[in-house]
Every structure is written in C-alpha cells, then in structure tokens.
Design a protein around this ligand. Structure first.
Ligand SMILES: [Zn+2]
Length: 132
C-alpha cells in the first residue's frame, strides 16, 4: 500500500502527519495546531496576488474587448506569461497549479461559480434583468 505524504505547497517540505487536510503550508510555529501565516503561506499568497494582478485585466479584456484582444495576440502573450510562471514554479520545486477537480469544487462551495449550465444565447441582460 502506498502511503501519501502531504507537502507544503511552497517549499515542498513534508507536513507533519495527522494534520488537518486543509493545512497546505508549513506552520508558522512548528508543533502548533494553528494554521497561522507562515513565511511559506505569505510567499505563496503574495505570488498569487502579483500574478493575479497581471492576468486579471487580460482575462477581463478577453471577455469584454474581444476584438482588440484577438487583434493584438494577447492569448499567446498570456500563454507565454503562464509558461514562464510554470517553469519558475517547477525550478523552485513548488506546486504550479491545482487540478480543476480541486479548484472547481472549492469555487462552487464558496459560491464563486454557479453549478450547471447558464444558457443566455440571443438574450441580453441589464441591471434590472432580462431584456426582451
Ligand atoms: Zn513550507
């Protein structure tokens, strides 16, 4: 039987056994049961924020400024940017991304994404609702 060892997302160090599954980083104080911010967690979150600041305006432009997004080849630029981040993560020995099987349930559970399909073809919405 294979034994699963959970590791810190940032530094890859094995987490102590018996920890809650929600703990994903080294603890600030070894031996503590509290998941207070450790350097690993802070570093991870700061990098996510920095990368998010770069990619968010591009993703919004992808949705709402489609013509310019396509004309300027932004998708390729985004892919190049993400490939650089991935290479950087691999070189540092840390997790680069989470599989969708992990990400989607978390976003559904937090209410950030709606479950199911949203059908809006040939319909327009305003602040007051569906425009007929
Ligand atoms: Zn760590």
């Amino acid at each position: 039987m294979t034994k699963t060892v959970r590791c810190c997302r940032e530094c890859g160090k094995a987490l102590p056994e018996g920890r809650k599954a929600t703990i994903k980083f080294c603890l600030a104080v070894e031996g503590s049961n509290r998941n207070t911010s450790s350097k690993c967690k802070t570093d991870w979150n700061n990098r996510q924020k920095t990368r998010g600041d770069m990619i968010y305006p591009l993703v919004m432009a992808m949705r709402y400024d489609r013509q310019n997004f396509a004309a300027q080849g932004v998708w390729k630029k985004m892919c190049r940017l993400m490939a650089g981040w991935h290479d950087e993560d691999v070189a540092a020995g840390r997790v680069s991304y989470e599989p969708l099987s992990t990400v989607l349930p978390r976003l559904y559970d937090r209410g950030d994404l709606q479950r199911g399909e949203i059908v809006m073809r040939n319909q327009r919405w305003s602040r007051s609702g569906l425009v007929r």
